[in-house]
Design a protein around this ligand. Sequence first.
Ligand code: HEM
Length: 321
Amino acid sequence: MTTQMPLDNAAAEPQAVGQSITSSALFMVATLKPGADAASKVRAWCADIAALTRSVGKRVPTGNLSCICGFGSTAWDTLFGQPRPASLHGFREFGPEGRRAMATPGDILLHIRADQMDLCFELATQLCSALGDSVSVIDEVQGFRYFDMRSIIGFVDGTENPVGRKAVDFTIVGNEDPSFSGGSYVLVQKYLHNMTAWNALSVEAQERVIGRTKLSDLELDESVKPSSSHSALTTITQDGQEVKILRDNMPFGRPGAGEFGTYFIAYARSPAPIEQMLENMFVGRPSGNYDRLLDFSSAVTGGLFFVPSADLLEALADRQP
Ligand code: HEM
């Protein structure tokens, strides 16, 4: 688990991990095509991401466009070799069959955020065109902000996120891995919800699943909040201190097709706290006391990526693996 070490203030500039809340997001996961040509094209592309984001973003200055790019463990070795981020590994699976946080393929993650979907869409178009046939996009989700910051299951999502200096301390790598300071780890999972079953619960029963009230988003009193509630199982401590992660989940879906989803995305200074939360949710704390949200939600993808600092991302273009 992450120890909160002081950040080196001379550390490289992070990518837009701390981006303020936006109303739209586009999530794209791609796999790298085999061969040296594909790898060298992706490396060269790393130096273009910031410039493309500036070019598209400038057209709507109030649109708050940002782009974060992360790399999976195997892709890191193929593309950039040594040194590698200290805690980067493949997505660790948790939970029994039927309630499993499963790993799915993914070498490159793009998390594009803006206050207008046209900005996300245009930047994704430009980035994909620059990548050409060096990658295969295997998952692409357009997320939208739903009423007052609510997830698709109707509860306000993101309330307990850290803010300000704490958000930086919990998400940005510091002196513990000096070659990668200014970086971050990001874990994504695409969830699909059984809304018919969820909506069949009373509001009070839903509140016991989440551990907060639905309308007013207040934490349930400890005396009534079940230890299996989502908020109980995702609250973790180390050395008596709460360890937080930074989430920016987005609803998505196709009502006509009966698809209702949450794209879960969380940034942290190490994968460990997010993995601890996944273990608590899927296996249970203690084992068997799992997150009842999973009776109504299935994770259909899972990926872990390292997000280099903005400076390193640009410099990676010149790396030789
Ligand atoms: C089905 C997908 C998910 C949905 C719909 C969901 C929704 C929510 C909601 C409504 C809250 C309460 C408000 C808030 O503080 O944000 C919450 C809290 C939280 N969730 Fe999730 N969540 C999902 C998956 C996850 C996963 C996979 C993790 C971690 C691996 C996670 C970590 C957290 C954390 C850390 C909190 C704050 C707990 C606290 O400090 O009280 N969530 N989530």
